[in-house]
Design a protein around this ligand. Sequence first.
Ligand code: ANZ
Ligand code: ZN
Length: 818
Amino acid sequence: MEYNPRLIEKKWQEIWKKNKSFEPQDDYKRPKKYILSMFPYPSGQIHMGHVRNYCIGDALARHYRQDGYNVLHPIGWDAFGLPAENAAIKHKTHPKDWTYNNIAHMRKELETLGLSFSHQREFATCDPIYSRWEQSLFIEMWKKGLVYRKKGFLNWCPHDQTVLANEQVINGRCWRCDTEVVQREMYQYYLKITAYAKELLESLDSLQGAWPNQVITMQQNWIGQSEGLEFDFRLDSESIQKLNGKFTAFSVFTTRPDTLYGVSIATLAVEHPIVQFMLQSNLLEPNIIKALTKMQNTTAKERAMLPKEGFALGISAIHPLSGEKIPIWVANYVLMEYGSGAVMVVPAHDERDFEFATSFNLPIKQVIESDNSSSLPYCQKEGKLIHSDFLNGLTPTEAAIKVIQHFEKEKKGQKITHYRLRDWGISRQRYWGTPIPLISCQQCGIVPEKDENLPVTLPLDIQIDGEGNPLEKHDTFKNCLCPQCGKPATRETDTMDTFMESSWYFLRYTTPPHLWEKQAFDEDSQQYWLGIDEYIGGIEHAILHLLYARFFTKVLRDMKKTHINEPFSHLLTQGMVLKDGAKMSKSKGNIVNPSDIINTYGADSARLFILFAAPPTKELEWNDNALEGAFRFIKRLFQKADSVQKTSQIPKIETKNLNAMEKLGRKKVYEALLKANNIYERKNEYAFNTLIATCMEAFNALNAQTNIQVLTEGYFILLRLLEPIIPHTASELSEILFQQTNFYCHIPLDTDALNSDSIKFAITINGKKRGEIEVDTECPQEEVLHLAKIEVAKWLENMQIIKEIIVPNKLVNFVIKP
Ligand code: ANZ
Ligand code: ZN
């Protein structure tokens, strides 16, 4: 048979569409699988990363359908975000048109891959019906106190009088007018993710083994639990006087209370109330004021990169144990958002403090002595305390316990757990996002929009010119009536961070479409479909997206809207797609366009190559030759199909009379079946590459077959194993040969076939081992040679074989020359 990818792919895609072949069934008694690849941002074109992501998910979805599962395998669009606005400015299109056009285009592209998505459940997160429920969830969170309003620092361009997104700040300057950007405090909305910090950390334990270790570690580090001591530094009386009695003490957080006698100074963040007070009361030198103003206008991220900077404030604290005077400084490496925005500086035992002390000639007091190392800073926790009064001779761990006990007894401090995790600022000063459904009223304060008025939709008649948020300038959007008292009020013009939409879309997919208008979720459907059996996506989402999704799930659980604690029962992070050793990217100019590949070779070749080239979690190096190899393999499948017997059933084979080659053929086929069973069980790998390799081996063994029964049985099984990978080919051949267009059947393993005796031959070329083959014990010599040549074909290419040597039951050696 001729292989014509264009023809068969179009044919099957149309059949699947017409038959709605991949819609999940509402029969909640069947066993289920929920397979989800992370939904794409509609940038306009699919790239190889998408292709890989969706091929992996599709192979799983198709496999589980074969096995009789009711499969939910949805797709949607993460459709809000800044690029739509940038495109609007650049191409004078409307963000909405740009987005929906991109979706239409990308949907077509994905269709050409033959992916088995549910299309009835497809949605874009910018669809008003999606915003409607997001806003309603947001309002419920607001009512529960999980959303709050607080002043936060934003990038502000003083020239354009506008807030800038981080992406719009280039080297500290406005992307449009090049003015130096300053940090400006403005009201923003925050989600209280810190209220869930402990649970988000602890329930990672339940994901051990089901999520990649690396992702679990990244989440743990991001949440960043630290245990330590929080205590007050009292100010000395002179300093209290200097500060007009406004402050008498400040609190510090330390993870190393054992080093307390090594403190040389204390440092405050520039945003610390004491520093702010001194700035405002003119208690500092003009040059310091100038430097501190600049420090305030640098983001935390930038500060971390700058050299350590600090100034003595001319005030002092009293050491809580020794009573010594401790000078107080302000320093750029102290963050207001962490701990209490103040640090006890121990240069001898902390890297950053050591660096700071050396730059500013501060005393360095060693309080831990170790046999292992005499150089400072010494940051380990081994050794003995010195110069530390009642702590002398203790180990750092013992000393820490003792210090904490002391502070707790004296009621001067307590043991405390801090998290690095910050509350999630969700306000974005942009147009293309979900409107925040809150209204500000002079009398009533901040009031949520009435439920019957949801969704708050974006006005379409806007001017996008890159100057600020167009909603700010849209009078009929901005001016509204207070939902509570009915008086004129102002609608919030900030929109939500787009991570909001991706934090619950996977739950929304479980809601049957006929309920979408009526409710966010359906309880029975959730009970049935959740958790997500396999979530597949890139490692770049290891932290934020997954953390926010886990957070939302827990919040919704506490609101009784879902019953699960963790959404993703199993997580697969796919490896990157590389070309010439580098990640495919526009800037490197090494992109391979999926559409070109599909046009030339067809979707099945692309799918086969991608799943064959590397196991899903590993990096995949693009290789044109291997792609052609994939194409040739499919072509050979079609060619040999001419010899297969047409039947509607798997042939029953009389095994007694089979010869060695026939036995080997069957053995290889059943090995492939066994392999398939194994790879789907080994979820952390899903080594499709090894499955494909055994299928190819089996095919080679079949290709040499003259027994039509064995060949037919082999095709029947192989097509089923290959359907998740090359569905168009498998469907076409299966229809022609076996009058079957679905693959839902169970093929029992034939253990006899598997156990037929075989021996392994090592294959060497000029004495070097290049491969191995396995053949039936009775396999004739010519056949052994033939199979050996196939096995090492790539080494024989353009070579002349001068000698062929067989050592029985052991070895085949080829002597070759170019
Ligand atoms: C004294 C000390 C001595 C510290 C020593 C460390 C080592 P982690 O472990 O990441 O939680 N710190 C506290 N608040 C800070 C802030 N707002 N900005 C910058 N640094 C801050 O970090 C806790 C440690 O970071 C604390 O323990 C404190 O320095 C510093 F040998 O106290 B440590
Ligand atoms: Zn009101």
